[in-house]
Design a protein around this ligand. Structure first.
Ligand code: SF4
Length: 384
């Protein structure tokens, strides 16, 4: 009898609660009082979903595991640990990351997470300036962020930090100082995102009324370049438009996602995507945690929105994600996965992009040179 090899998946677990909603955030999350979080029942629901999905998807191997949210550092570590152990039954992941907010990270919690199999913490610092943290509506101040990062590093876990830029009246030197201060504390990875204003958020509402002070596009570009110069000088690799790592410290879960690996999303509002022949099936669990848990309590997969990605859509998505990375898009791999020539229908556009130096081709690898990453979205759109 023929046996099929296990499919590698990047496993994502969504924890859908935060202590309060930040005014710029449009993630699937609800504000909750700590005592109202159903720690045990939610862990039971997630592990049930894992078992049911495993049965319907066949033989899977967990390549990486990422707890995102929401604020998964609010989850009782022993309950989060139950989920880690259930996922480990699909093969030990290379990396187990938990997103943390400075307000919910203590020394005891960091070591408990480590004891439950977590290997990496991603701390939502955003800024080391109190005025910027107030503008972003965050619950922590700069001193709290520094404390959280220090204790995360002291716990022996690998540590990444998130920074936001493009805030009102943000001098380049301050952003660079913040990033370097985090490296000095022992952070090995930085995710640096320009503030985007989503229409459905409080910031979106303020922007529509003309009451949200913001940096201009030129200022945002200057901040991006200042950060890139300073972090490259400190030996960090700028390996994706918004991500920097010391050698060997890339975020393996995110890299798996950008390379188009199948991903298994578990939890309320989580998204999963697995190949089915040359196409792929993507689903999104409904975001209401109560409806999610109640379906699983009845022994059924939770309600989900589903879409089928045909081969041309898979090619477009792979180009979108891959061209934001230093490694670029692997055209041969994409051809094998979809049965399509990824360049079909875009040869003229590609020739123009190559001629302008917006794109470089090295055999079967297509990439945008780092010096053009500020224009990555426009360049990719030109290839569609
Ligand atoms: S803590 Fe994070 S997930 Fe929660 S509302 Fe703020 S930005 Fe969104």
């Amino acid at each position: 009898m023929l046996s099929h090899p296990a499919v590698d998946v990047a496993v994502y677990v969504h924890f859908p609660w935060c202590l309060q909603r930040c005014p710029y955030c449009d993630f699937a999350t609800e504000a909750v009082a700590p005592r109202a979080i159903p720690h045990g029942p939610y862990a039971a629901a997630v592990t049930s979903e894992l078992a049911l999905r495993g049965r319907s998807l066949g033989d899977l191997r967990a390549a990486t595991l990422f707890f995102g949210g929401g604020t998964p550092s609010l989850w009782e570590p022993s309950e989060l640990g139950r989920v880690v152990r259930a996922v480990e039954a699909l093969g030990a992941p290379d990396e187990v990351t938990v997103e943390c907010n400075p307000t919910s990270l203590t020394e005891a919690r960091a070591s408990a997470l480590r004891d439950h199999g977590v290997t990496r913490l991603s701390v939502g610092v955003q800024s080391l300036r109190d005025r910027h943290l107030r503008y972003l509506g965050r619950l922590h101040d700069a001193a709290g962020a520094l404390r959280a990062v220090s204790l995360a590093v002291a716990s022996g876990l690998r540590v990444s930090a998130d920074l936001m830029y493009g805030l009102d009246a943000q001098p380049e030197e301050e952003l660079v100082e913040d990033a370097l201060a985090l490296l000095d504390l022992g952070v090995e990875h930085l995710s640096c995102y320009a503030l985007t204003v989503e229409p459905s958020t409080r910031f979106g509402e303020l922007a529509r009324k003309g009451r949200l002070p913001r940096a201009t596009d030129d200022h945002v570009a200057g901040l991006y370049l200042a950060l890139e110069g300073a972090l490259s000088a400190r030996g960090l690799e700028h390996y994706e438009v918004s991500n920097y790592a010391l050698p060997g410290a890339r975020a393996r879960h995110n890299v798996a996602y950008w390379r188009g690996m199948a991903y298994l999303g578990l939890g309320a509002g989580a998204v999963g995507c697995v190949p089915e022949g040359a196409s792929a099936r993507r689903w999104r669990n409904l975001p209401d945690p109560a409806a999610y848990a109640s379906a699983l309590g009845d022994g059924a997969l939770p309600p989900a929105e589903e879409e089928r990605l045909d081969p041309p859509t898979r090619v477009r998505e792979a180009l979108l994600l891959g061209l934001r990375c230093a490694d670029g898009t692997d055209l041969a791999g994409l051809r094998r996965a979809t049965g399509l020539d990824p360049l079909e229908g875009r040869r003229d556009a590609l020739a123009r992009a190559l001629e302008r130096g917006n794109v470089a081709r090295d055999g079967d690898v297509l990439r945008i040179p780092r010096a053009r990453w500020l224009l990555a979205d426009d360049i990719t759109a030109g290839l569609f």
